[in-house]
Design a protein around this ligand. Structure first.
Ligand code: VGL
Ligand code: ZN
Length: 238
């Protein structure tokens, strides 16, 4: 048996550099026809000046535009609430944004009013440039049920149809990017795992809200579920 360390030690500098760069290239992830990019909630309400602005949220846009070029399959989501939605603090007397309440389906964090159907705040960022995106899926449009996830509403049973759509298109692995890491991105990634997809979250293509430890918990839950945490530089087309 060859001792790999001894072999490496015996290589000249150029050969060693080639070996290392080949190993790095082998590590690059190449989106193929069974891969889909899910672009989560890059909407005005979550961007600077929006009612639920995510810190540095605008910084995801160029990163997403860049990686999206390497995907044939792209799905975009929009948080799409009714006026007076159950997730709005304003719908509950005496409650303030970022407090939580118990609803029939579980704990619900309350938010400022955001992403009301058809408003300017609910529109996708005008700087997103993903012309090949084939599907825009809207979620959270039932007044009494929230939906962070692009797959299943917060009642844990009402489907958006996304898993069936992706499976009908023969997609096996999904890459998740957008806003916010600790809510809609994380819940989407966790549900993608539950639906049997190999799942990647592209960390630098996401930003989090981070309220009451939510960001650390989201990463821990995703790691536990087998979600792979990658950077946009891990994705390459060659
Ligand atoms: C989101 C809070 C409320 C998100 C949506 O897109 O992560 N967060 N609604
Ligand atoms: Zn929402």
């Amino acid at each position: 048996m060859l001792d790999r360390r001894r072999v490496v030690a015996g290589l000249g500098a150029t050969a060693l550099a080639t070996l290392v760069s080949n190993e790095l290239r082998a590590a690059a992830i190449k989106p193929d026809e069974v891969s889909a990019l899910l672009v989560i909630d890059v909407q005005n309400c979550f961007l600077p000046g929006g009612s639920l602005a995510v810190k540095d949220g605008e910084q995801v846009v160029p990163v997403i535009n860049k990686i999206a070029k390497t995907f044939a399959n792209v799905v975009i989501t929009q948080d799409w609430h009714t006026p007076g939605h159950v997730s709005f603090a304003s719908a509950h007397s005496g409650k303030k944004p970022f407090e939580a309440i118990d609803l029939a389906y579980g704990k619900q964090v309350l938010w400022p009013d955001h992403c009301v159907q058809g408003t300017e705040g609910s529109a996708l960022s005008k700087d997103l440039a993903i012309p090949q995106a084939a599907l825009i899926i809207r979620k959270g449009f039932h007044r009494d049920v929230d939906s962070y996830s692009a797959f299943t509403e917060a009642d844990g049973k009402t489907t958006t149809g996304l898993a069936a759509y992706l499976k009908a298109r023969k997609v096996e692995r999904v890459f998740v990017a957008g806003l916010a890491t600790d809510f809609c991105v994380a819940w989407t990634a966790l549900d993608a795992r539950k639906a049997g997809f190999e799942t990647y979250v592209v960390e630098d293509a996401c930003r989090g809200i981070d309220t009451q430890g939510s960001l650390a918990k989201a990463w821990a839950d995703m790691a536990e579920a087998g979600v792979k945490r990658i950077q946009s530089s891990d994705i390459g087309s060659d």
